[in-house]
Design a protein around this ligand. Structure first.
Ligand SMILES: Nc1ncnc2c1ncn2[C@@H]1O[C@H](COP(=O)(O)OP(=O)(O)OP(=O)(O)O)[C@@H](O)[C@H]1O
Ligand SMILES: [Mg+2]
Length: 453
């Protein structure tokens, strides 16, 4: 790490000397200025912190402070002053001074204040950097797919992100992108610089989930030795993502509902209401309506969550996006594995487009990852996607059990499975069985199957 650079601004040579000697020993690089003008001129040399005398020959400290902050709003300034009125102090704080040191100052105190100030900015910069890194992958463009379905999804996400506080319910099968969309909503919204907090409701027992979410007071239960803030408090100004909301127990559902309606809650064992400003994004791969009908999910909470529902389509509902997604993941894993795979062969592409993707985009991602790890050539071939294809000539695709089979039953079962896997799409079901449309229609009629999944 390079040393921090400190600019010492004072017209008295002796004071500059004593500060310089001490701070040099502390390991900083020192620049000096005797006037306000000089201080502003030297700022361009890369300054992290300024020790600024309030009385300067050409101007006063406040004017210099104002100038410096205009040039670099993040600059740390510590004012050195012998007497100061309350108004001056307030004004200096408003202008963004970090601290005052009274003259004559104690050099150890100045040294400690400088160290603290630099540490604070270092941490602040680090958090900012981490947030930016975290946010980078979650722009609207991260939601890949050119189909109308995906266009509509992106438009909806953009609208929701722009509406500052609304609660959102994401539904969709596993692997359809609920996590991705929740983060994109957060990082494309005005809340982006505030925390995104995430909790999986099924991962914790009831009591733990409640105190994770709402926090607890000291002594609220046996293990509560200290007061603890919950996720809702820690996420102030940001977003809380409640994943697998369908698994939340009814008692907590009631507490969550109250929070959504009143924007306030009590910590476990707490008496007073805590008000926070967070957006709640909930997600589930369950059918909540069914759960409401069965009585395992509160209908009032369902209606409250369902004001802005976003349904993520299963991949088999937008198979035309498969090639774009494959390209996206090929690029991604090229970077990650330092490979130069150029793409996918036509046969492989066809195979991928006709597969039913029960595990949705996650499955596609995993399959591409595996293929890229195993591939020997520059291009991904059908056999690199071994899990999807049964390679011809490598023995019998099905082995006849010793007890034999009923061929009619087997055929019926395969047709049913193909239809189920393709979401009832006859063309794709046919492709899975190596049949054409007429051949599959014939079998659907023969077996009296309905094609609505
Ligand atoms: N449209 C998309 N574009 C790019 N990547 C996507 C898309 N949809 C999903 N993914 C990626 O697929 C993977 C699975 O998505 P995600 O984790 O968001 O699914 P999920 O709906 O939360 O699943 P689960 O219900 O199992 O939690 C992630 O790596 C995600 O980034
Ligand atoms: Mg998820």
């Amino acid at each position: 790490m390079t040393n921090a650079t400190i600019l010492v601004v004072d017209d008295e040579e002796l004071i500059r000397w004593s500060l310089r000697e001490r701070l040099k020993r502390d390991g900083y690089d020192i620049l000096e200025a005797g006037t306000g003008r000089e201080a502003i001129d030297r700022l361009g040399e890369g300054v992290d912190l300024v020790l600024l005398d309030y009385r300067l020959p050409d101007t006063d400290g406040l004017s210099v402070l104002r100038e410096l902050k205009k040039l670099d709003p993040d600059l740390l300034v510590i004012l050195l002053t012998s007497f100061v009125s309350v108004e001056t102090a307030v004004e200096a704080m408003k202008l963004g001074a970090y601290h005052f040191a009274n003259k004559p100052f104690n050099i150890d105190e100045v040294s400690a204040t400088v160290a603290r100030a630099l540490e604070t900015t270092r941490l602040r910069r680090e958090v900012k950097q981490l947030r930016e890194n975290e946010a980078r992958p979650y722009t609207l463009r991260a939601i890949v797919g050119e189909s109308d379905t995906m266009d509509a999804l992106r438009q909806m996400v953009a609208k929701v992100a722009a509406s500052p506080a609304s609660t959102v319910l994401l539904t969709g099968e596993s692997g359809t992108g609920k996590d991705l969309v929740a983060k994109t909503i957060h990082y494309s919204s005005a809340r982006a610089s505030r925390p995104f907090m995430n909790i999986t409701c099924s991962a914790l027992p009831e009591q733990l989930l409640e105190s994770e979410l709402f926090g607890h007071e000291r002594g609220a239960f046996t293990d509560a030795r200290m007061q603890k803030r919950g996720l809702l408090e820690s996420a102030e100004g940001g977003t809380v993502f409640l994943d697998e909301i369908g698994e939340m127990v009814p008692a907590l559902q009631a507490k969550l509902l109250r929070f959504l309606e009143e924007k306030s809650f009590k910590r476990v064992g707490g008496a007073h209401d805590i008000h926070v400003d967070v957006r709640v994004v909930a997600a589930t791969n369950r059918n909540l309506e069914e759960q409401v009908a069965r009585g395992s999910f509160r209908s009032d909470l369902y209606y409250r969550l369902n004001v802005l529902p976003i349904r993520l389509p299963a991949l088999r509902e937008h198979p035309t996006d498969v090639p774009a997604l494959v390209d996206f993941f090929v690029d991604m894993f090229n970077r990650e594995f330092k490979k130069r795979i150029t793409g996918v062969s036509p046969t492989a592409s066809n195979l991928l487009e006709h597969y039913a993707w029960p595990g949705n985009v996650r499955e596609l991602r995993n399959i591409v990852e595996r293929a890229m790890l195993l591939a020997e050539g520059q291009r991904l071939e059908a056999h690199d996607f071994g899990v999807l294809s049964t390679s011809p000539g490598s023995g019998d695709p099905f082995e006849l059990p010793a007890t034999g089979v009923d061929l009619e039953d087997l055929e019926r079962s395969l047709v049913v499975q193909a239809l189920r896997r393709s979401g009832g799409n006859q063309t794709r079901a046919a492709a899975l069985l190596g049949l054409n449309r007429d051949q599959i229609r014939y079998r659907i009629e023969k077996f009296g199957l309905t094609t609505t999944p």
